[in-house]
Design a protein around this ligand. Structure first.
Ligand code: ADP
Length: 267
């Protein structure tokens, strides 16, 4: 045999070890770049509502406070900016907790139809103000049991319905439907709102990506709702699909495993 072959083997091992280390270094570099970009994005997003609130408060202090109607108007605007800031921080916390895995998922069987009913109730007044109806599709069964983390899925449904209400005009409609197959339940949230241009559809799940920044902010958006939705569904080994046509509306859907019916005992 070749007397050099043991050396060759050692050489190969060194090379593969070096390649492994290089891969690790590349991954760390990528993570670091991501972290830096994230901090830049967040700072930028925080600045917007802070800057606005600051402007209103300083204008008030500079004398506008003496005029009663101006005072109320500016205070309301400052409050709106601070509410937006609060929502942004809340969404950031949720996103970071999901991303770092700080919050463990709790999987259980639950009735997703009941959950949607609760979310409908939460949005009733907001929808009523815009004359938007929230309803189930035809032929929806009385109960739809799925297997997942109900608290997280509640957040998914809240974010999707919130978006549908935000981006649908007066007199519109938001319909939730379930499609049951042998092992899976597909939940669909459909609206007849603004729709999303095809070139934006694949980007709306990126944090802070909005089709129309000013419209999103105007309507109380943080740009994080769908990023949170995406992460939660990944935690369920699932994903969100979108079909949308500008001027016609959007349809967001996700799949979950079918769940066993649980009976809540009334003791
Ligand atoms: P935002 O807080 O801006 O609503 P999201 O992450 O929830 O952030 O959504 C990202 C963007 O996707 C929105 O700014 C909007 O442009 C678009 N979008 C999301 N849902 C809908 C919908 N149902 N109809 C039209 N556009 C939507």
């Amino acid at each position: 045999s070749n007397p050099l072959s043991p050396l060759k083997k050692i050489n190969e091992e060194i090379f593969s070890y070096a390649a492994l280390k290089q891969k690790e270094i590349d991954e760390l570099k990528k993570l670091e770049a991501f972290r830096r970009e994230f901090i830049a994005d967040v700072s930028h997003e925080l600045k917007t509502p802070i800057f606005a609130a600051q402007g209103f408060v300083h204008t008030l202090l500079d004398g506008a406070v003496k005029d009663k109607s101006v005072r109320n108007k500016f205070l309301k605007k400052a409050a709106k900016s601070l509410d937006g800031l609060d929502m942004l921080v809340q969404d950031l916390l949720t996103l970071s907790q999901i991303e770092t895995g700080d919050i463990k998922m709790h999987f259980e069987n639950f009735d997703i139809k009941m959950l949607v009913e609760e979310v409908f109730d939460q949005f009733e007044s907001k929808a009523e103000k815009k004359d938007i109806t929230l309803e189930f599709g035809r032929n929806v069964p009385d109960e739809v049991f799925v297997y997942g983390d109900w608290q997280r899925i509640s957040q998914v449904i809240t974010n999707l319905i919130s978006n549908s209400v935000k981006y649908t005009n007066e007199g519109g409609k938001v319909v939730v439907d379930f499609l049951l197959s042998k092992n899976q339940v597909t939940t669909t949230v459909k609206d007849n709102g603004d729709g999303i241009p095809p070139e934006d559809v694949n980007r709306i799940f990126q944090r802070f990506y909005r089709v129309d920044k000013s419209r999103s902010r105007e309507r109380g958006g943080t740009g994080l709702g769908l990023a949170i939705v995406k992460h939660i569904m990944e935690g369920h080994n699932s994903k969100v699909e979108v079909k949308s046509t500008v001027g016609k509306g959007s349809e967001f859907s996700f799949k979950l495993p079918r769940g066993k019916k649980t009976v809540i005992s009334e003791e």
